[in-house]
Write a protein that binds this ligand. Structure first.
Ligand SMILES: NC(=O)c1ccc[n+]([C@@H]2O[C@H](COP(=O)([O-])OP(=O)(O)OC[C@H]3O[C@@H](n4cnc5c(N)ncnc54)[C@H](O)[C@@H]3O)[C@@H](O)[C@H]2O)c1
Length: 338
């Protein structure tokens, strides 16, 4: 190991971690990761996009505690509690949410983040803001490095999310500079895995559910736009590396393997042995043409390397959606034996 490499803790026994958005897809996976490392985890969520079934995986851990609350309205009272680490992960993240609940998205990333930063300041806790690759907008450089300021439409249909996350980053750096709060920022690139909503509207859950039910796979545009998809357990490892680094400036986190959306649809059809065909629909406004994280900065401080292949990740996620469909009593899944 080189000298500048971070030392990750082997146990977090005795430490308390607050996870805002704990019923969500990435946050519940992160919560379980820290429970397994021996930490006490306090989850907060208002279920606007999260699910109670994600929490069912956390309740068996004795050190898990949950509060139902909207973090921009009524953060629970933690007066007599010590909190060591705060993960600011509460935010809807799908393009279908941008259309339906834009103001809730803006408020959670601004007022919600502010409440969590004030709590971090009061408790002397380390704070991590989950930002997004969307801060780069429709990027003019490729792959995207952290020093790129982005190419964002401030008034377009995606701006409620992109600009709110840019504000959350600015707020986090301001608390760091003005009050000395110990902060970290991550920019998450497309992540998928068990715990997502089947009707989430994002590429992977859409394609898998369409492939499993034999429906047409809907590709927006000609499918030549690219994305890089990270399996959620790899992402959690990347987040952990950043939280235990000592650098308050933003880090890209994700997987650098890049696919066109058309390739992604074809791979999913093949991996799942589906009979679905690809159907092309008009593309949305401001849809980014290329997305791939440069991970050089993260890899300069850690040994981070994604471990889960696209095939394995898709099969695990498909198995999750199949199990969920069974629990829900749905019988439209044509590939029951993955
Ligand atoms: N999944 C991705 O590809 C991706 C990419 C970039 C950034 N992110 C960021 O990672 C975080 C988690 O994303 P996800 O994909 O797991 O989404 P998710 O919707 O599954 O999780 C977000 C959780 O936050 C909760 N929440 C939202 N507003 C809240 C509020 N006001 N009070 C309390 N809880 C609230 C939701 O109910 C949900 O459980 C988000 O901040 C998102 O912007 C995700």
């Amino acid at each position: 190991m080189e000298n500048n490499m971070i030392q990750l803790p082997e146990s977090l026994d005795g430490k308390t971690i607050l996870v805002a958005g704990a019923a969500g897809f990435i946050p519940h996976t992160l919560s379980e990761f820290y429970l397994k490392l021996g930490a006490s985890v306090i989850g907060v969520d208002n279920f606007i996009t999260g699910s109670r079934s994600n929490l069912d995986k956390l309740y068996p851990y004795k050190k898990f505690e949950f509060f139902e609350a909207n973090i921009y309205e009524d953060l629970p009272d933690f007066k007599n509690r010590s909190i060591d680490y705060i993960f600011s992960l509460a935010s809807p993240a799908s393009p279908i949410d941008f259309e339906k609940i834009p103001l809730e998205i803006m408020r959670v990333n601004s007022e919600g983040t502010l409440n969590l930063l004030n709590l971090a300041r009061e408790k002397g806790a380390r704070f991590l803001e989950a930002s997004t690759s969307e801060v780069y907008g429709d990027p003019e450089i490729h792959p995207q490095t952290e020093d790129y300021f982005g190419h964002v439409n401030p008034i377009g249909p995606r701006s409620c999310y992109d600009e709110a996350k840019r504000y959350a980053e600015a707020l986090t750096m301001s608390y760091h500079r003005k009050y000395g709060v110990d902060t970290r920022i991550i920019r998450i690139f497309n992540t998928y895995g068990p715990g997502m909503r089947p009707n989430d509207g994002r590429v992977i859950p859409n394609f898998i559910n369409q492939a499993l039910t034999g429906q047409d796979i809907t590709v927006y545009g000609d499918g030549s736009q690219t994305r890089s998809f990270c399996y959620v357990t790899d992402l959690v490892n990347a987040i952990h590396n950043v939280m235990f680094s000592d650098d308050p400036t933003p880090f890209n986190v994700g997987n650098p393997d890049e696919y066109t959306i058309k390739e992604c649809a074809e791979e999913i059809i093949t991996f799942l042995g589906s009979t679905s065909r690809i159907k092309y629909l008009p593309i949305g406004e401001d849809d980014p043409k290329r997305r791939r994280p440069s991970l050089g900065k993260l890899q300069s401080i850690s040994n981070y390397k994604p471990q889960v292949s696209f095939r394995e990740g898709i099969q695990k996620t498909a198995a999750y959606f199949r199990d969920l469909a069974q629990i829900q009593g749905r019988n439209d899944f044509k590939q029951p034996n993955l």
